[in-house]
Write a protein that binds this ligand. Structure first.
Ligand SMILES: Nc1nc2c(ncn2[C@@H]2O[C@H](COP(=O)(O)OP(=O)(O)OP(=O)(O)O)[C@@H](O)[C@H]2O)c(=O)[nH]1
Ligand SMILES: [Mg+2]
Length: 423
């Protein structure tokens, strides 16, 4: 999602405006808290509405692990500190499990913003991607934002930082200098003074400028301006999504060199496993995501935690168990598995299932599975279905080619409820 907001922190009566700081936190999964703070935030006393932070008080906003900060225009933000070096689960550290050169090429980042890396890449405002753009302009921001949206493209000047560790902080906007306050000059209007672009990072404002206009003494001055794109880095190219015991972990072992635990009981996998599919020219990261059950969006079976991982994959491979419900055995038919999975994804986050997808019809080796597969093909339209026996690695080469095409964008079929005939 792309959104743009005003982000200027104005000094208030007698005090300097607080800085706006982004802090990396594994408990946050998207930029929603950022939106919330921006909406709820107040400026220093006398500051225009819609500002973030209060006078003299820094505003710390939590962002997810894997947030990449690009600068489009303005002052280069600076890294503050790593408040806590506590070790994260490897899953929470993008790239830590994956030695993927293609990813590092896409996301060249630096940890020291004093030597920013200049880039000339263009970032498209693609509403399907998880981008957040923060436009911090003192006056004409919303107009700018609309313009930018119309233009559709922005030049990224620098890759500023990639926040991968808990507690890492970056100042993205410096607070403006404080005015002297209404107390000193009660006759002057309380109306805030909005000034042209200017940075107040390096000490007090120009006294001449201040004395030129009494109202700035009262209202304080705007903080620094910068225009940023925040991007949430994907954790995997492909997510294996399915009900418990569908064979996701077995499949990950078959398509990569990963060796995840496999069990004949549900919820064998409780934390996602990552593996790499290696081709001559490209490496694709696959995440084996813990099984989802009906009601996952209401947190049944740790649903929330599992569903969140899906947000950060580009392509979905729905793994269904063809043997489920066969021969009077308990279980859900594959087409119903697909329907339930989509419902859970969409309840968790609207549009979550709207990404390139395919279906893996697993356990084709089981008695009666062929017939179920044929029925599945009749009942599910619009996405390729790959019959696979993950245990014997049958059908795996074809599946790998299909996944590669989706990741490369050569195909982009999506599974939706209207393409599944359940009754
Ligand atoms: N017959 C048959 N059994 C399979 C196949 N793939 C997996 N299984 C079996 O299905 C069971 C579950 O496999 P897992 O890979 O652990 O399933 P999962 O989807 O990762 O399960 P959770 O982690 O609980 O969500 C195991 O007993 C596997 O041996 C297959 O292609 N054919
Ligand atoms: Mg598993």
């Amino acid at each position: 999602m792309v959104f743009k907001v005003v982000l200027t922190n104005v000094g208030g009566n007698g005090g300097r405006g607080g800085d706006v700081i982004l802090e990396c936190s594994p408990s946050v999964w998207d930029f929603r808290s950022l939106q919330h703070h921006l909406r709820a935030g107040k400026g220093g006393h006398g500051a225009p509405k819609n500002m973030i932070g209060t006078c003299g008080e820094d505003k710390v906003v939590l962002v997810p692990v894997g947030t990449v900060i690009h600068l489009i225009e303005g002052e280069i933000p600076s890294m503050v500190d790593n408040r806590s070096e506590s070790d994260l689960d490897p899953w929470e550290r993008p790239g830590s499990l994956v030695d993927d050169p293609s990813l590092s090429n896409q996301q060249t980042t630096i940890q020291n913003p004093s030597v920013p890396e200049e880039v000339k890449s263009t970032c498209k405002n693609d509403s399907s991607s998880s981008h957040t753009e923060i436009t911090s302009k003192a006056s004409t921001n919303l107009q700018h934002a609309t313009q930018a949206e119309q233009e559709g493209e922005k030049q990224i000047q620098y890759n500023i930082a990639e926040l991968t560790k808990q507690g890492q902080r970056v100042i993205i906007a410096y607070g403006g200098e404080g005015g002297l306050g209404n107390v000193c000059c009660p006759s002057v209007s309380k109306k805030p003074m909005v000034m042209k672009s200017k940075s107040y990072k390096n000490g007090p404002s120009d006294p001449k400028l201040a004395s030129d206009d009494q109202s700035s003494l009262v209202a304080g001055e705007p903080g620094s301006e910068s225009e940023l794109i925040l991007e949430l880095k994907s954790i995997a190219d492909v997510g294996l999504v399915g009900m418990p015991s569908a064979g996701k972990s077995t499949l990950l072992g078959a398509i990569s060199r990963a060796k995840p635990a496999v069990g004949h009981y549900s919820f064998t996998t409780l934390r996602p496993n990552l593996g790499n599919m290696n081709f001559d020219d490209i490496q694709i990261t696959v995440a084996d995501i813990p099984g989802l059950i009906k009601g996952a969006h209401e947190n049944r079976g740790l649903g929330h935690a599992f569903l969140r991982h899906i947000e950060r994959t580009k392509v979905l491979a729905y793994v269904v168990d063809l043997a489920s419900g066969l021969d009077g055995r308990k279980g859900i038919k594959p087409w119903k598995q697909l329907r339930d999975l989509i419902i859970e994804l969409e309840h968790h986050q609207e549009g979550l299932s709207d990404r390139p997808s395919l279906v893996v019809a697993n356990k084709i080796d089981e008695d009666g599975a062929e017939e179920v597969y044929e029925e599945l093909e009749r009942r599910v339209q619009g996405v390729p279905i790959y019959p696979v026996c993950a245990v014997l690695e049958e059908g795996v080469p074809e599946l790998k080619v299909g996944l590669r095409m989706l990741v490369n964008g050569e195909k982009s079929e999506r599974l939706s409820l209207d393409k599944i005939q359940v009754d």
